[in-house]
Design a protein around this ligand. Structure first.
Ligand SMILES: Cc1cc2nc3c(=O)[nH]c(=O)nc-3n(C[C@H](O)[C@H](O)[C@H](O)COP(=O)(O)OP(=O)(O)OC[C@H]3O[C@@H](n4cnc5c(N)ncnc54)[C@H](O)[C@@H]3O)c2cc1C
Length: 487
């Protein structure tokens, strides 16, 4: 059965994560006359974004905030009237720690993933040895890479800053973002900004310093406009953002519990979609945005474009589990004067990072209590993500216990699993995506969005959804214009 209105152009978005929701929202924003359906296989929207409230704690199952330096997240929030729901990180504690020889040490102030913008904090940090610091400073004189070829993040950082800076600072910071292995991650796709800095300035330190100089000049000139902290979060949790986007879609557009089982091109143009679940249906649409994980996209594409399907299936994904623990504040000896910590692999511990959720944002724990989250697994410790719940909880308790000096049992525990949720942009990813683009540009009316292509963060996912939506609406307009000329 097909309950689309017969005189309208019809579009389906497959996948109700933030990428699919952004695509659906943009389609509706660009052309409200389009008859829109969003199919989500799970019984709820949000995909890897999920929030749970329990005993006064607010638990995020995945992402807990997003970056403001990329415009797309904030921009969407503004357009849907959600901007006033965004809260900044607590400015009193804007710092993070790294585990160094079994202890939490402050990451030197001004150290931005790989390049220092301030000298004194680097000179005084106990994280690096004097030789390591000198080698880091030597980056200023290291000649720029002459090749245009991609290389691994590890190779890039070690070449520029030396092994110690890589092992002790960059690997855990990058590992924390991508839950990935920097020995295999592509520098061009994960940190393109740093490649550009090297190319344009010859050195990352030089590039960072010239930016700092420019910022100071702007501040001196009194630049105006809203200022955001580097990260923001929805006051009431990530699922409130999901709900706010969904609320802007036309009534009856959203179908949860509706897995798309197959997708087939129609000879006359457009697509036939077979939907399962409680309301099985077969529908015909003029265009599709496929906003599911790469492996799910690969399955749907297997008979339509087998080479593209293979390329999609080859994108590796890492799993991780998040253990949330709630404590009374007095159970924890550490000052908790930061947002959390990252763990270098050389420390041989069992967690990738720890987040002090209730220090980062207000409203995450009841008065007098704290919420911490441990990230377990990722590409480098894959086997740990799959441990049973009781072992994951024990492991997180032990690690937090040692690092933060915690006494007694937690008041609250929760295990959130994110299987195969983090695509890994290994060396060669850019070429793979170019090849995919070329193959898929031959398939009219089908557009892709999601975190497996050009960025894993929420703003990039929103951008991918909105770009797919724009392309689809443009194509519908073009085909309508062509039909009008032909008739
Ligand atoms: C643990 C973790 C922490 C993170 N932290 C942050 C962070 O702090 N900040 C940040 O910016 N980013 C973070 N990210 C990344 C970011 O959250 C994700 O990249 C993003 O949410 C992915 O959204 P998506 O819509 O592309 O995919 P998904 O959320 O995976 O959504 C895809 C949807 O498609 C559905 N689907 C699949 N197959 C079908 C089908 N056949 N038919 C219908 N529906 C289907 C799925 O059920 C799912 O709901 C984190 C990710 C993880 C895993």
């Amino acid at each position: 059965m097909n309950d689309f209105q017969s005189d309208k152009r019809r579009v389906a978005v497959i996948g109700g994560g933030i990428s699919g929701l952004s695509a659906a929202h943009r389609i509706h924003e660009l052309d409200p006359t389009i008859d829109l359906r969003l199919f989500e296989s799970a019984p709820r929207l949000g995909g890897s974004l999920q929030t749970e409230r329990r005993d006064g704690f607010l638990l995020e199952w995945g992402a807990d905030n997003f970056i403001t330096q990329l415009p797309w997240g904030l921009d969407l929030c503004r357009r849907i009237g959600f901007e006033d729901q965004l809260i900044p990180t607590d400015s009193a504690h804007r710092q993070a720690f790294v585990v160094s020889r079994g202890r939490l040490r402050k990451i030197p102030e001004g150290f931005v993933i790989m390049a220092p913008s301030r000298i004194w904090p680097v000179i005084t940090t106990p994280i690096l040895s004097p030789v390591g610091k000198l080698r880091m400073a030597w980056e200023y004189f290291v000649p720029a890479y002459a090749e245009d070829e991609d290389e691994s993040l590890a190779s890039f950082v070690i070449r520029r800053f030396g092994r110690e800076t890589y092992d002790r600072l960059v690997q855990p910071l990058v590992g924390g973002i991508y839950t990935g292995d920097p020995e295999r991650l592509s520098v061009q796709t994960t940190m393109p900004r740093f490649v550009e800095m090297e190319r344009n300035h010859g050195s990352l330190i030089r590039a960072v310093w010239s930016q700092v100089g420019r910022k100071r000049q702007q501040q001196a000139k009194g630049s105006s406009g809203a200022r955001y902290s580097m990260f923001v979060a929805p006051r009431d949790g990530m699922d409130s953002l999901v709900a706010a986007v969904a609320a802007r879609l036309p009534q009856d557009a959203i179908r949860v519990g509706s897995p798309v089982l197959s997708l087939a091109p129609r000879p006359e143009g457009g697509w036939t979609i077979r939907v399962g679940g409680e309301r099985p249906e077969t529908i015909e649409v003029d265009g599709v945005v496929l906003a599911v994980k790469a492996l799910a996209a690969s399955r749907l594409l297997a008979e339509i474009e087998p080479t593209a399907a293979e390329l999609l299936a080859e994108i590796p994904h890492a799993s991780c589990s998040i253990v949330s623990l709630g404590y009374r504040r007095e159970q924890i000896a550490h000052r908790m004067d930061g947002f959390g910590f990252v763990v270098p692999l050389v420390e041989n511990r069992k967690i990738l990072s720890g987040s002090f959720s209730s220090v980062k944002y207000p409203g995450r724990a009841p008065e007098g209590k704290v919420l911490v989250r441990a990230f377990v697994g990722g590409a480098c410790q894959a086997e740990l993500a799959d441990l049973p719940d009781d072992q994951l909880i024990a492991l997180a308790q032990e690690e937090f216990g040692q690092l933060l000096g915690i006494k007694g049992e937690p008041l609250l525990v929760n295990v959130a699993r994110q299987p195969h949720a983090m695509p890994q942009y290994y060396v060669g990813h850019k070429q793979r995506i170019q090849q995919l683009d070329e193959l898929l540009s031959q398939v009219p009316g089908l557009y892709f969005a999601g975190n497996a292509y050009e960025g894993v963060g929420i703003p990039q996912c929103i951008h991918s959804g909105e770009t797919a939506a724009q392309r689809l609406v443009d194509q519908l307009k073009e085909s309508l214009a062509a039909r009008a000329v032909g008739s």
